[in-house]
Every structure is written in structure tokens, then in C-alpha cells.
Design a protein around this ligand. Structure first.
Ligand SMILES: NC(=O)c1ccc[n+]([C@@H]2O[C@H](COP(=O)([O-])OP(=O)(O)OC[C@H]3O[C@@H](n4cnc5c(N)ncnc54)[C@H](OP(=O)(O)O)[C@@H]3O)[C@@H](O)[C@H]2O)c1
Length: 434
């Protein structure tokens, strides 16, 4: 069989993993595809950096155009990250009739519709297994294994950095800032961790999964987001007292025709399977109407796990090229919009859930009853209270767990409580899932 020629743009962490697998597993890949998978060219801005692997001389160039303009290259891998120039490079590759593999979740979440449409128009494939939860084959699960199901919910830990930080805060009682520093020293967090700890990376991944489960358009703005930066060691301690752990969860639910999508720190029971997902690991709980619960667990990032996902896309594409087929599996399955399917997003204000509130209040008589009064007036019923004399900077924490309440009522009540003269800091709100 004629060899399948591949061009890689971006020889960084994931790119290096991909090159390693392509070199070390050359024989295996050839037998899986039925033709040699040949890495023809790599483009990166830095031609000198030592990546710890030996590649043939002349393979590495610093112009992505050398790949895009090569008529023999049929698959382009984009691993540079970010919106631009990644978007332009991918659209150019598709314009030149090349299939594309990418791990770029930010780009797909924001510009995926444009990219998928162009691939569809040109009868080409886009592989994006590595864009969600690194080495865990979740795209494959939604595009193939679970297609017989109406997806009722997706619940998951999609961000290893945040999960590592929360794990260390739980294990060692570390404050957030110290756990973050440790994550950075160990290479689990970037120098600028904003996308991870503020939840946007998780939103990007959830957006892509919802696109597969429910249709287009891809729109990260439909997902409510709150990061982990305000979670304190005190919250972790109180959660433990209530029998919960705190995780940054992606939550998506379909109830009737309404979709609910949110990302925020969440209390889950200590006995919940997601509680045992520790450190930089990821996990997804998917519920389908026929299959029931499916749990996927593994490494959501890193050179080799993410490289493994990219190469799985390459093998699929290689097989398709060999058989002369493309778009055997459409990117969004039915190519229908939410609207065409009769689905709509539930406004976040309408979401019903249980809540944990940590109020910081002056230690004065009557404070608890004032707070309880405001909650009651907003139809928020209290399930349990902890008030201990743990004074922090002149105030004491008052912790309340509620029964199910509406987000809009909580918003109103907390705004009112936070304006009380006895309240010394913004109330900490953590949503609770059972
Ligand atoms: N790292 C992970 O574990 C992981 C997991 C899942 C998904 N992803 C996704 O995978 C993608 C790559 O991530 P990464 O961690 O491998 O990033 P990375 O280590 O920063 O690698 C990106 C590489 O692309 C190069 N580059 C930047 N602009 C370029 C251009 N215009 N032309 C050619 N090369 C260019 C960079 O060179 P310079 O360094 O010289 O700028 C760098 O070597 C991202 O979309 C990321 O979200 C990563």
C-alpha cells in the first residue's frame, strides 16, 4: 500500500509524544493501517530545543507552509494551541484537501463550527480525540460506542491541574496558593494557570462533548463557569465534616427538552466514585438511557497519554484513506442544531441544587437568625448548620447546608446577606451534587 504522509505543526509537549509513538510503534501502526504512516515534516518555531528524541535530519522546519504546500502530505496534525494562527492553519490545510488532527480544545470550543463545516464541505475528516481528557477515549465513546443512547447526563473531572490542587488541599490541608505553587513546581500547572483554575479549560471540553451529544452550535458561553480560586482550606475541612469532598466538576444534564451546563467547584459525597479520582487524573461519568452509567478514567494530559489519543486519530484516518472513504463518522453525528432537535438551554437562574454557604460574620448574638430569616424569605430551607468559634481575622465562619433551592433565589438572598454590616467577607457558595 502507498505510504500515508503526515505533517506535524507544533513540536512541543504533545508533539514530542506523537513523534515518539510514530517512531517507536512504526511497525505496529503499519500493520494496523495496512500502509506505512510516514512523518514527512515537522514545523516548529524553535529548531534548536532538545526534545529528548532523535529525528532524521531535515525533518524539522520552521515554516508551517512547507507542510501545507506539500501535495504528498495527506494528514496535518495541529499541536501549537491557541486560537490564531492555529485556526488559519487548519482552515488552510482543509482548503488544500488535507485531513486534520488537533488537540486544540480552546479552538474547537470557540471556532469548531467553522472548522467542522469546512471539513464537511471539503469531504475531509477532523480528528480531535486528544482535545478532551487527553488519553481517555471519550470522543470515540460518544461518536461510536454510545450512539444508541440518548445522553441523559455527563459529569466529570476534566482538569488535572485543578484536581491536583484540590487533592493536595484535601490531603495536606494546604491553602490554595501553596497547593498551586506545588502543582507548578511539579509541572502540573502552567506559569499562568488561569485557564485551568478558573474553569475555562473544563468549559472548552464540556462544550465539545455537548456538541457530540446534542448538536451544534458550539458555544462555551452557554456554560456557567466558576473556578476553584476561592475554595479555602476551611471549606475542604467543613466538606469533610459533612461527608463530602470538593471537586471542580463539569455537569451537563438533559431533562426533557432542557439542557443544563455548568462548571464549578462541587461538593460530592465521599462515597461517590469521582471522589476517588485523585491528583492529575480525569474521569467522566456518562449516563445513557439504554446503557445506564459509564465511567471513564485515566490520564487527562501529558506528553504520552495525549500523544496516544492523537495517534489513535491518525490510525483511523490512515484506515479511511486506505479504503478511500472519508466522513464515515460525522463530527456532530446528526449534523443538526440543538434547535432542530427541539432542545434549549435552561437559564442558569432556573437551576435547582443543594448549596453549602460559608458566611464570614462578626461574632455577635442574633447573626445566625438574621441569616436564616433572609434565606427563609427567599424559599431556601436550611438542612444543617455548623457554627464554631474558629475565629479568622476578627470574624467567625457560619456554615449552612441547604435543601434544594433555585439559583435565582440563592443569588437574591446572598446579595442581601452580604450587605449586612455584620458580614465581613463575600459569602462562599459551593453547589452540592449527590
Ligand atoms: N500538554 C498537554 O498535556 C495537553 C493535553 C491535551 C491537549 N493539549 C493541547 O495540545 C496542544 C499543544 O499543547 P502542548 O502542551 O504540546 O503545547 P506546547 O508544549 O506549548 O507546544 C506547542 C509548540 O508549538 C510551537 N508553535 C507555536 N506557534 C507555532 C507556529 N506558528 N508554527 C509552528 N510551531 C509553533 C511552539 O513553539 P515555541 O515553544 O517556540 O513557541 C511549541 O513548540 C494545545 O492545543 C493544548 O491545549 C495539551
Amino acid at each position: 500500500m502507498k505510504e500515508i504522509q503526515i505533517g506535524l505543526i507544533g513540536f512541543g509537549t504533545v508533539g514530542t509524544g506523537v513523534v515518539k509513538i510514530l517512531i517507536e510503534q512504526e511497525g505496529l501502526l503499519r500493520s494496523l493501517v495496512g500502509a506505512p504512516m510516514k512523518l514527512k515534516r515537522i514545523a516548529d518555531l524553535d529548531l534548536k530545543r532538545d526534545r529528548g528524541i532523535t529525528i532524521p535530519k531535515g525533518l524539522l522546519v520552521n515554516r508551517a507552509d512547507d507542510i501545507l504546500n506539500d501535495p504528498d502530505i495527506s494528514i496535518v496534525i495541529e499541536l501549537i494551541g491557541g486560537l490564531e494562527p492555529a485556526r488559519t492553519l487548519i482552515l488552510k490545510a482543509l482548503g488544500k484537501g488535507k485531513h486534520v488532527v488537533t488537540a486544540n480544545k480552546a479552538l474547537l470550543a470557540h471556532k469548531g463550527d467553522e472548522i467542522f463545516q469546512k471539513a464537511f464541505d471539503r469531504k475531509l475528516d477532523i480528528g480531535f480525540e486528544a482535545s478532551v481528557c487527553g488519553g481517555i477515549p471519550v470522543i470515540l465513546a460518544l461518536q461510536q460506542g454510545l450512539v444508541a443512547n440518548d445522553i441523559e447526563s455527563i459529569l466529570g473531572i476534566f482538569n488535572g491541574t485543578s484536581n491536583y490542587i484540590l487533592t493536595r488541599m484535601t490531603e495536606e490541608g494546604l491553602p490554595y496558593s501553596q497547593a498551586l505553587k506545588e502543582a507548578q513546581q511539579k509541572g502540573y500547572a502552567e506559569a499562568d494557570p488561569t485557564l485551568d483554575v478558573e474553569g475555562m479549560d473544563t468549559v472548552h471540553k464540556l462544550t465539545i462533548l455537548m456538541h457530540l451529544a446534542y448538536g451544534s452550535p458550539l458555544n462555551p458561553e452557554t456554560v456557567f463557569v466558576e473556578g476553584i480560586t476561592r475554595v479555602g482550606a476551611l471549606d475542604i475541612e467543613f466538606a469533610r465534616e459533612f461527608g463530602y469532598s470538593i471537586k471542580l466538576l463539569a455537569i451537563c444534564r438533559k431533562e426533557g427538552d432542557l439542557l443544563e451546563a455548568r462548571v464549578h467547584p462541587t461538593m460530592i459525597p465521599k462515597t461517590h466514585m469521582l471522589t476517588s479520582v485523585q491528583g492529575a487524573y480525569n474521569a467522566l461519568y456518562i449516563k445513557g438511557d439504554s446503557v445506564g452509567d459509564v465511567l471513564l478514567y485515566g490520564k487527562g494530559a501529558g506528553m504520552m497519554p495525549t500523544g496516544s489519543a492523537v495517534v489513535s486519530d491518525l490510525v483511523n484516518m490512515g484506515r479511511n484513506i486506505n479504503k478511500g472513504v472519508a466522513q464515515r463518522i460525522p463530527q456532530d453525528l446528526s449534523r443538526k442544531s440543538f434547535k432542530e432537535k427541539g432542545l434549549a438551554f435552561k437559564p442558569f437562574a432556573e437551576v435547582l441544587t443543594r448549596y453549602y454557604f460559608r458566611f464570614s460574620a462578626l461574632d455577635r448574638p442574633g447573626v445566625l437568625s438574621t441569616i436564616a430569616g433572609i434565606l427563609g424569605a427567599n424559599q431556601i430551607s436550611v438542612a444543617s448548620v455548623i457554627q464554631k468559634g474558629r475565629e479568622t481575622e476578627g470574624s467567625v465562619p457560619i456554615v449552612i447546608m441547604t435543601h434544594e433551592a433555585r439559583e435565582s433565589s440563592v443569588h437574591k438572598a446572598i446579595q442581601k446577606i452580604d450587605r449586612l454590616p455584620v458580614i465581613t467577607d463575600r459569602t462562599m457558595i459551593i453547589r452540592v451534587e449527590n
